[in-house]
Design a protein around this ligand. Structure first.
Ligand SMILES: Nc1ncnc2c1ncn2[C@@H]1O[C@H](COP(=O)(O)OP(=O)(O)OP(=O)(O)O)[C@@H](O)[C@H]1O
Ligand SMILES: [Mg+2]
Length: 165
């Protein structure tokens, strides 16, 4: 099991979004490619577009857009009513990893939906072995770079599927 952690994937999927509509297209790609039970770690500064990307994924799955808000105050949101559920954590205001574990993240990780974790670096040791990491960089007012990485060779398959879309 440890060996997996020692061999992070070198493969990356890059997506530059010129505007929010392009971010929605990446959301749609993810919604098409990711199987239920996929965990996505979101990393990027305040206002980078972590929540905005989750909105794009949820919209592509058929969740009403208004349902998707920043879970900063509730720590985890569940968006139902789409093709599969979306679980959305925001760890920004958490005191520590124990507080995250108290939310029972494993149940969501193993659940029937996609799980997104904002500020995932704060709880990186609590993530499952298999997850995708999305690093978001602000390139301009509406331009964002998304770099998707895999935590394991198993997850690299998803990067290849993203590339093929
Ligand atoms: N191409 C783009 N993709 C995503 N967001 C964009 C884009 N262009 C502009 N924006 C704007 O950037 C902001 C992104 O905010 P969002 O709440 O998604 O950030 P966040 O990374 O979740 O921040 P926080 O850490 O505060 O939760 C929004 O105001 C959105 O309208
Ligand atoms: Mg956010």
């Amino acid at each position: 099991m440890e060996a997996k952690r020692e061999r992070p994937s070198m493969k990356k999927y890059r997506f530059v979004a010129a505007d929010e509509e392009a971010t929605d297209r990446l959301g749609r790609l993810l919604a098409n490619v990711l199987p239920a039970g996929t965990v996505v770690a979101l990393v990027g500064t305040l206002g980078a577009g972590k929540t905005r990307l989750v909105q794009g994924v949820a919209a592509a799955l058929g969740v009403p857009r208004e349902a998707v808000t920043s879970p900063t105050f509730v720590l985890v949101n569940e968006y139902l009513g789409g093709r599969m559920p979306v679980y959305h954590f925001d760890t920004y205001r958490l005191r520590d990893e124990d507080e995250f574990l108290e939310l029972g993240p494993e149940e969501y990780f193993d659940g029937a939906g996609l799980t997104f974790v904002e500020w995932a670096d704060r709880v990186v040791d609590c993530l499952p072995l298999d997850y995708l990491r999305v690093e978001i960089e602000v390139l301009g007012e509406t331009q964002r770079e998304f770099v998707v990485m895999a935590s394991s060779s198993e997850m690299e398959v998803l990067l290849m599927r993203l590339e093929r879309q």
